[in-house]
Design a protein around this ligand. Structure first.
Ligand SMILES: Nc1ccccc1-c1cnco1
Length: 240
């Protein structure tokens, strides 16, 4: 997979070259390009934004600059264009799974009050464009959202995770939150590991873990429980 990111703060994307993602890049599983939007400005101030038509607070990022940058970065290769925005559709694990199958992702990081809408409209005429939000809070720019989404996607690529099974078994893969996890020592500050986890009874352990996941999901994310298809819950599950 090739990933390109266009931003006015290239340094913000440096963490993508660390740790797991850095190793995936070194292993050739992912190619990463980070591009400074200002490279496509032509004025002495390198202006990337302007006042909004219709008035209102803040500034809007200029379509001409974005058009030149995206044309240059995209070239002729097909790609999915992703624009992080608080007004976007929710980015979920399902989104990450879908994007993990893409040959190429190009992320356009907007700041200020966003990017002139015509940029999305123009590129949507020739490629898939997703305007996505990583959550209902206000960030200053899309860069942090790109860090989140790139990590969620790249960890799903074959060969990236040491233990590929975990990508299938991680949180949300069965629609529930992960339950509590424990490791040594068996007792710590007067708190003990639940006996069942040390019992060696794998059926009882699986039941206990499912019960804790259901309990936690019901308490913290009842919306996830409501969204589960009927066949996903067995009779024992329905106690939650
Ligand atoms: N708040 C923002 C400002 C600029 C670009 C993206 C966002 C965003 C993305 N997901 C939530 O917020």
């Amino acid at each position: 997979m090739r990933i390109d990111v266009v931003t006015i703060f290239p340094g913000y994307l440096a963490p993508l070259r660390e740790a797991l993602l850095g190793r995936a890049i070194e292993a050739g599983l992912v190619e990463l390009g980070v591009h400074d939007l200002r490279d496509w400005t032509h004025d002495v101030h390198q202006a990337v934004d302007d006042s909004p038509y219709g008035g209102g607070p803040g500034m809007v990022m200029r379509p001409q600059v974005w058009g030149e940058a995206l044309d240059a970065v995209l070239g002729d290769a097909p790609a999915r264009l992703v624009v992080p925005t608080p007004a976007g559709r929710p980015f979920t694990q399902a989104t990450a799974q879908a994007w993990a199958g893409e040959e190429r992702l190009v992320f356009a990081c907007g700041r200020y009050e966003g990017i002139d809408q015509r940029v999305v409209d123009a590129y949507a005429q020739r490629m898939p464009v997703d305007e996505v939000s990583i959550g209902d809070y206000v960030l200053v720019g899309g860069e942090v959202a790109v860090l989140v989404m790139v990590e969620a996607v790249v960890r799903l690529l074959p060969g990236v995770l040491g233990n590929p099974v975990s990508a299938q078994e991680d949180s949300f893969s069965d629609g529930l939150l992960e339950g509590p996890a424990y490791t040594r020592p068996v007792s710590w500050r007067g708190l003990d590991v639940p006996d069942v986890l040390r019992s060696g009874n794998h059926a009882a352990i699986a039941r206990w873990r499912r019960d804790r996941a259901l309990e936690r999901t019901a308490a913290r994310r009842p919306d996830l429980l409501d969204a589960l298809p009927d066949h996903a819950l067995d009779r024992t599950d329905r106690a939650f």
